[in-house]
Design a binder for this molecule. Structure first.
Ligand code: ATP
Length: 225
């Protein structure tokens, strides 16, 4: 693996925490997996560097685990909101730089913000938005919301874009969007050269304000049909 190995601790091995654990471990990172349910701990032993059977909502337990040495800690405790908040509070008091937490609802989110969570994730809501975007627009292959205003969208090139260079498309001047990458049958060019020629059915990734991307889609791509 070319990339630097990072150290992650994951608290809670439900479907969300478990998927993160497995994915990071398969990417070659060091993963400490913690859960108070022994069956979960055993199930994830093959997919983590180390598993620990413990109750993470106790400050002295977290300290004894040496969790302060981890660069990233993910709190993936869902249903028990109080435990999730308390654990996050302890982790931030230990000065852990990156504490990412799964939130159940709006109120949970607000409290997590107050106790200093660095990233708050709503997996069902976020995935719902992505699925809706893909359902509503067949040209959209993937969609990531960066903020209320900005998003990153993966699009498929229509005939209208065929044989045009990035320079000719000039999406930055015309629509204020940036083409981040072009995928030509699996060969990905990141930060593509202005001379890169797009062909029909190539995939490309665009970053911009939502309304500008929509304008690019409506005027720049779809008019050809
Ligand atoms: P998912 O949707 O990701 O499957 P969920 O939102 O239903 O999960 P829970 O099942 O409530 O979330 O919790 C996820 C995991 O966190 C469970 O395996 C549970 O045992 C573990 N967990 C809950 N509280 C603690 C705790 N205090 N310490 C360690 N692990 C905990």
């Amino acid at each position: 693996m070319g990339k630097k190995k990072k150290q992650f601790a994951i608290i809670g091995l439900g479907r969300f925490g478990g998927s993160i654990c497995k994915e990071l471990y398969e990417m070659g990172h060091e993963v400490l997996a913690i859960d108070m349910n022994e069956d979960k701990v055993n199930a994830y032993a093959p997919y983590s560097t180390q598993t620990i059977h413990a109750n993470a909502a106790e400050e002295n337990v977290l300290k004894a685990l040496g969790i302060r040495n981890f660069e990233y800690v993910i709190v993936a405790i869902g249903a028990d909101i109080q435990t999730s908040i308390l654990t996050t509070l302890f982790l931030k008091e230990m000065n852990i730089k990156n504490v990412w937490v799964k939130a159940q609802n709006h109120y949970h989110h607000k409290v997590l913000e107050k106790v200093g969570a660095d990233r708050i994730i709503h997996p069902e809501k976020d995935m719902g938005v992505r699925v809706a975007q893909r359902l509503a627009d067949e040209k959209i292959l993937d969609y990531i919301e960066l903020s209320e205003d900005y998003s990153v969208v993966e699009l498929r090139a229509t005939r209208k874009l065929h044989d045009k260079t990035i320079l000719e498309l000039d999406v930055r001047a015309k629509y204020g969007c940036t083409i981040l990458a072009v995928n030509k049958e699996g060969k990905v060019e990141v930060a593509p050269n202005p001379e890169t020629r797009i062909e029909e059915n190539n995939c490309f990734v665009v970053l911009g304000r939502k309304r500008d991307i929509q304008r690019f889609e409506d005027e720049g791509i779809s008019a050809a049909f």
